[in-house]
Design a binder for this molecule. Structure first.
Ligand code: FAD
Length: 472
């Protein structure tokens, strides 16, 4: 457990400020405020100083001084993380990486792009598109989150089904270690078997093992055709069969496959301005699926899959987006589901994964457990069925007291996570551990894996300078 560090002296703060220059060292309370609270307002941090370095060398100098003076640092990218990992909970210095925002190179022939850590994900997309390529990591937060944050959380987006999660999209990393040494690993090589894969140690480490300052990312050809369908069906079982059938016919061209409960669509339609229901009638469940192909055949592939599914009685109704605007409308509906839960009152959230085949049973078991625990609670399940990753959120009963409802967070989470474990799943599919799930990790992680994680932390950061109190 982390203990609060003693207040940092004015002299020490001045030494840190001198590294980045006063212009990029924030001490004013109002200017600091947006860095200290996270998206959901679950955590409010405090910090005497926010450092905004502009180069890798400045990051290295900051880490060196931090180690010399045993001063803890909390790295932060776009501050969109959902587990409190980027917030200084104990008055640490906050290290904002957002000024490291250069795209150092786009190498279309090698299909690589080298970005600094503070590059906003949406800007990386634009740079890839200019070279007729795509960087296939798409998240609802892409207008604010950064490449460094995406890699540090090993983010998974809506196309992970086909292209993989952030970890799968990286070839090389540049990392500043706790003692200020720089690991120069910006390789473009797909094949390099010269020892341990150090890159993967830092991906998903949530800033506890090193500061990622740049990354060489994989690019992919732009699909030639793309088709998106919104499908109504009776159950998650039917959706799973549709997934298997679509993968069998479209293979890796099936890039997204999202499962959405009717209540999630109802929330989105109720609270998302200007949204319209894609289908004329409501259905218990929906699938939002997308096929992207390098050839002219996306339309034929999606039609074949849906026709076969209808013949098999799996699909009740479906509409294929007629144009880009309609495609966008389908995806907006999906993205609005998260914010649309807020006006419905308290929401107890779970970001879990189970083997793909176990998703229907997981949802059924979790619904039973949650409604037994809290009659009237409203499970809102949606997420990336193709990755076995369900955001299993539970909205409060209509008219219930929000604070009293949220006070039962741990009880509900324990019940849901127990079912996740029964199915061989993970309590954190996408968002990481941070502080939100730190105390639960020892109960769910293999003890040998935990020992190795602690040993790695001790080797790379023996003085516990980097993001102390997070993850392990
Ligand atoms: P931050 O929030 O700033 O930091 C996250 C963690 O990484 C912290 O522990 C921080 O200390 C560490 N960190 C940040 N930068 C560095 C660095 N350069 N070096 C070392 N450590 C660093 N997540 C998904 O996986 N999939 C989704 O689909 C998704 N959708 C979202 C939608 C919304 C609306 C929101 C608000 C969040 C969503 N997220 C999603 C969560 C979040 O956007 C991701 O975790 C994202 O990768 C965080 O990036 P960031 O730059 O904001 O990092």
């Amino acid at each position: 457990m982390m203990t609060a560090p003693s207040p940092l002296s004015a002299d020490l703060l001045a030494r840190f400020r001198a590294i980045v220059g006063d212009k990029h060292a924030i001490m004013d309370g109002n200017e600091k405020a947006p860095y200290l609270v996270e998206e959901r307002g679950l955590y409010q941090g405090s910090s005497p100083l926010i450092l905004r370095p502009g180069t890798t060398d400045e990051v290295a100098a900051i880490c060196k001084l931090a180690t010399e003076t045993r001063t803890p640092l909390v790295p932060q990218g776009g501050n969109t993380g959902l587990v409190g990992g980027q917030i200084p909970h104990h008055g640490e210095i906050l290290l904002s990486l957002r000024r490291l925002d250069k795209i150092r190179e786009v190498d279309a022939s090698s299909s690589t792009m080298t970005c600094e850590a503070g590059v906003i994900l949406a800007n990386a997309h634009v740079a890839a598109e200019k070279a007729e390529r795509i960087f296939p990591l798409w998240l609802g937060s892409e207008g604010s989150c950064t490449i460094g944050g995406n890699l540090s959380t090993n983010a998974g987006g809506i196309a992970a089904l086909s292209y993989g999660v952030a970890r799968d999209l990286v070839l090389g990393l540049e990392v500043v270690l706790a003692d200020g040494r720089i690991l120069h690993g910006l390789s473009k090589l797909k094949k390099d078997n010269t020892g341990y894969d150090l890159r993967n140690i830092f991906i998903g480490a949530e800033g506890t093992l090193g500061i990622i300052t740049a990354a060489t990312l994989k690019l992919f050809p732009k699909p030639h055709t793309m088709e998106t369908a919104f499908v109504g069906l009776a159950s998650p079982e039917a959706a799973l069969k549709l997934l298997n059938l679509s993968q069998a016919s479209a293979g890796a061209a099936l890039t997204s496959f999202e499962l959405i409960a009717d209540i999630a669509v109802q929330f989105a339609l109720r609270h998302g301005p200007g949204l319209r229901a894609p289908l004329s009638e409501s259905h218990p469940w929906y699938v939002l699926m997308e096929i992207s192909s390098p050839r002219d055949d996306a339309r034929a592939l999606i039609e074949d899959a849906l026709e076969a599914a209808m013949e098999a009685g799996l699909v009740d109704d479906a509409v294929i987006a007629a144009n880009l605007d309609q495609r966008k409308a389908f995806w907006t509906l999906r993205e609005v589901i998260s914010p649309a839960q807020k006006p419905e009152g308290g929401s107890i959230k779970h970001d879990v994964s189970v083997p793909v085949a176990a998703v229907p049973q997981f949802i059924a078991d979790a619904d039973t457990a949650v409604t037994k625990l809290m009659p009237g609670a409203r499970p809102v399940a949606f997420g990336h069925l193709g990755d076995g990753n369900i955001h299993y959120n539970v909205s409060q009963p209509v008219g219930a007291d929000k604070a009293a409802y949220l006070a039962q967070w741990h009880e509900v989470s324990d019940a849901v996570h127990a079912i996740v474990r029964q199915h061989g799943g993970s309590i954190s599919a996408e968002h990481g551990i941070g502080v939100l799930k730190r105390d639960e990790l020892p109960h769910v992680k293999d003890p040998v894996a935990l020992d190795l994680m602690r040993a790695l932390k001790h080797t790379l950061d023996p003085l516990n300078i980097l993001n102390p109190g997070k993850v392990v």
